[in-house]
Design a protein around this ligand. Sequence first.
Ligand code: NAG
Ligand code: NAG
Ligand code: NAG
Ligand code: NAG
Length: 672
Amino acid sequence: MALLSAVRAFLVLGSFVAATTDLGQRTPKDPCAAIAGQKWVAPKDVRACFTSVKVDPVIKDNIIQVINKTLAFHTSVNYEFKAPEPFTADVHEDLLGDLARIQRQSYPSDYDLHIDFSRTLKRLNDALFTNFLPIPLALITEASGAQNVHIAPEAFQVASAEFPDQIDVWQNALPGPLKGKLASLSGARVLLINGQDPFVAVNVNALITGSFQALGTRQNSFFSSYQRSTSGWNYIMGNFAQQSLPLSDSVTITIVRTGQILPETITLPYRSRIGTATVPFTDTASWRANNCVAVPGTNGVDLNAPSTADTVHSPLMKFQQQPPVLPQVARKQPLDVILDTSPQSDVVLPPTLVPSLPAINGSRSVSQFYMLKDGKTGVMALGSFSDSDFNTFLLGMLNGLLSLKSLGATQLIVDVSNNGGGFICAAHWLHRIIVGPKSTTVPKSGLDTKARDGPLAQLIVDQIVNNNADPQGQLLYNPINWANASDVFFAPGTNWLQPPVKTVINGRQDAFSQRLGEECAESGFPAPPPAQALFDGKKVAIVSNGRCASSCSLFSVTMNKEEGAKMVVIGGKKDVQQQYCGTVGGQSTDYSTIDTEIKTTKLKNNSLAPPDLMVNGVQGITWRLGFGVNDPTQPEEWQSRPADLNLPITSDIVNNPVAIWEIVAKKLLSQT
Ligand SMILES: *[C@@H]1O[C@H](CO)[C@@H](O)[C@H](O)[C@H]1NC(C)=O
Ligand SMILES: *[C@@H]1O[C@H](CO)[C@@H](O)[C@H](O)[C@H]1NC(C)=O
Ligand SMILES: *[C@@H]1O[C@H](CO)[C@@H](O)[C@H](O)[C@H]1NC(C)=O
Ligand SMILES: *[C@@H]1O[C@H](CO)[C@@H](O)[C@H](O)[C@H]1NC(C)=O
């Protein structure tokens, strides 16, 4: 079994990895036909379909080759082998060794291979069917300070709204006098999960979820949380109540319901709901054909070919925790985004928990502005750093913060719960407009970075600078898109990967580019940033459940370590150090984009180039790695980011954004 740990490389498969070689031969009883056309099924029936497919060795090898050769562009392969403290226990994955192991190992079915890829690479969002329970959990701190796992107080509200067509199945599954009384479970204290302390289940899940992040963050993903989305407030069920694979058939929990004294033990079935992105199928053959083979966008394109229609939505988008960004925009605005095991949630936060404060001018999409009743605390809720329109997004941020100021705000809370990143320059802009022009924001508010400097990357740059392979300046590897460590853009024709900076990491020889500086020029912003600070950095609190990554980390890390912003992690086990954000990266990209670089520079025939991927999958990588603030010689990724306040979640504030902000304003901001 692979050691399950934190990495930033992942393969996400739209559906399963390898097709059978004998798809044509339909067996009399096709287990996939049994679930076809149904909305809700039992997880074991989904597994029966998935496990009926054998591994095709050609496709298995294709996937391994694509991953292995794409990893040469991932900055962190050798760092992830064994991360420095405090992340050593969390991050130690021998990616290349594991791929070799997977290559040697045989698997009873395609599903077993899929799970091994998923857990080794730590990222998988299959979601052909998603497994649900109607009882999301919360970690509640009691008045005594003791922490207990509870069924979230809003559990029934959420489940009855989201699953109106399935709730009766759960109502009827409850034993004896509890039958039909699912609502009475809300708020119950959970003593045991499957006969063991709940934290046994929390920690088992932490081994296979959320990857590359600190233990506290991975524990937190077991529990429910909230996120601001493009159109409203979403409820994140957490990994207990929502599984992206049909892993569990049921759960047995021992609970004490609110107002009761005696424990009760109940068993509830997981139910699998068909994913919204699943293309309809009728049997194994059509499941594979419609959902598993490569689609437009799976592989890259030659941008110089006359007919390249660059309007295809990358399949990546459905796995990124961000609103869709068109490829043309993504090419102009570098992104730093995580892929997650869960698709963007469409479960809604119950109306009683949605902020009822009026949204202030400047609010749009994932960013919303509110003024708290104390008359001095402005709130910016920011669920993502992505938007369909970069300029409008940035102008909205400025408008919102100026509106808060005009209403008298002297302190600011930025709630980035479940913010998986997005535009890098949007993170820099937000930092710059909050704290004004100073040495930490002009000319740059971002981190210096480095790219991996492998042999194929060097050939790509050669083709660009010596053979004019990218006349329109569209490629990642084109020097004109980047600045050197003095923040001066490279002149066209600069071979910026020469000479490689040789670096020994964990005893392994590696090579990186020279240090890169800031490419988010003030001239690239949609408006001149204000000449004065809008808020004192020390009067800013950044709040999340720790699930803030990529561009969200770039923003949080620089605001905390350079400006003294206060960092709050909502919830979390009190004896586990909470890190206020996860994967930092520097800039993320994926296999398909790298393949476009290779095809456009006519290097697809090179033996180092990955073959075209035959299945519907994506592989995300960190393309540039940011250097740290406190130790600028080492990546920020593995430097500690402890929260200033680990806010205990009590039953009256759980998943209630406004109640949480009010406490943060009182506890953290007003006393300084
Ligand atoms: C992965 O690539 C490396 C070269 O970078 C090679 O040595 C190794 O054998 C490859 N692994 C597999 C499983 O193909
Ligand atoms: C919000 O916009 C409206 C209309 O433009 C304006 O009348 C109002 O003063 C603005 N409020 C704030 C707080 O900026
Ligand atoms: C960056 O480029 C400028 C202009 O060529 C040069 O003067 C400067 O020394 C370079 N900085 C570094 C760190 O290479
Ligand atoms: C790759 O090689 C094949 C055969 O060797 C050749 O037909 C093809 O044109 C080459 N493609 C590129 C992009 O160089």
